[in-house]
Ligand binder design. Structure first.
Ligand code: MG
Length: 256
């Protein structure tokens, strides 16, 4: 179990900084949309990385993950039982698989970070269910992210949404604050207790990123030292948005 760090270093953003972050977030959304459109049986994950590279460059931004702690690519591609941090390569996508695409962009000094999980061709009802539940869990977390709420309210909203649908939430990897740094305080677990944790304030910017497993929540790391996989080999899905806490309610920054 990871240690959860709390409020120590939360950096609140000014309206001007939020505007900058929207710019980075828009690039992230556009790149994910372009890459997502290319997902089909027969394409390799390395080809998806190439698309991400050209699309982010076209928009005058940089890929946040390239070289981050030594990560060798620009986008994370996590297929089926892979949870997060999959490295693009020669793997050829097959009909019926699901793939999580996680991408971050740096523009004007600020990062945006988002993820989607999509099906490769026609997928099973079971695969569609975990995709829908993960997307729904993210929306539930976003809806709870209001001024005056506690961080634990967000975590608990994600967890209860997921577990009510029969899925488990990954414990060892969590969401995070984001801004000038890709990972800032606070850590944002996808499990927790209502009423606990720091109070959410205007100007907080966070990446919420539920990772749901069809089986148990435990994970392990593959031989490449990056790819996180479910311990039981069952399916996993991942969705993420960068959001801002605002008086008008939570705002999604990683959208077009
Ligand atoms: Mg993230």
């Amino acid at each position: 179990m990871i240690q959860i760090r709390h409020e120590m270093g939360i950096i609140l953003k000014s309206p001007r900084e939020i505007t900058q972050m929207r710019g980075a977030g828009r690039v992230v959304a556009a790149v994910l949309e372009e890459v997502g459109k290319k997902v089909r049986p027969g394409i390799t994950t390395a080809e998806l990385d190439d698309i991400a590279v050209s699309e982010v460059k076209k928009r005058g931004a940089e890929a946040s993950f390239k070289g981050y702690r030594g990560f060798p690519a620009s986008i994370c591609t996590s297929v089926n039982e892979e949870v997060v941090h999959g490295i693009p390569g020669s793997r050829v996508l097959q009909e019926g698989e699901i793939i999580a695409l996680d991408f971050g962009a740096l523009m004007n000094g600020f990062h945006g970070d988002a993820a989607v999980t999509v099906g490769v061709g026609k997928i099973s009802t079971e695969a569609q269910k975990i995709i829908d539940a993960t997307q729904g869990a993210l929306q539930a977390g976003i809806a709870a992210a209001r001024i005056g709420a506690r961080l634990g309210d967000v975590s608990a909203a994600i967890q209860s949404y997921a577990e009510a649908r029969g899925f488990s939430v990954v414990r060892e990897y969590v969401g995070h604050g984001i801004g000038r740094e890709l990972h800032e305080d606070p850590q944002v677990p996808n499990f927790g207790v209502t009423g606990e944790g720091p109070v959410l304030q205007k100007g907080m910017t966070m990446a919420l990123e539920p990772m749901l497993n069809a089986g148990g929540w435990r994970t392990s790391v593959a031989e490449d030292k990056w790819t996180v996989v479910t311990a039981d080999g069952r399916l996993s899905a991942h969705f993420e948005h960068t959001i801002v806490i605002d008086e008008n309610g939570p705002g999604i920054l990683t959208k077009l």
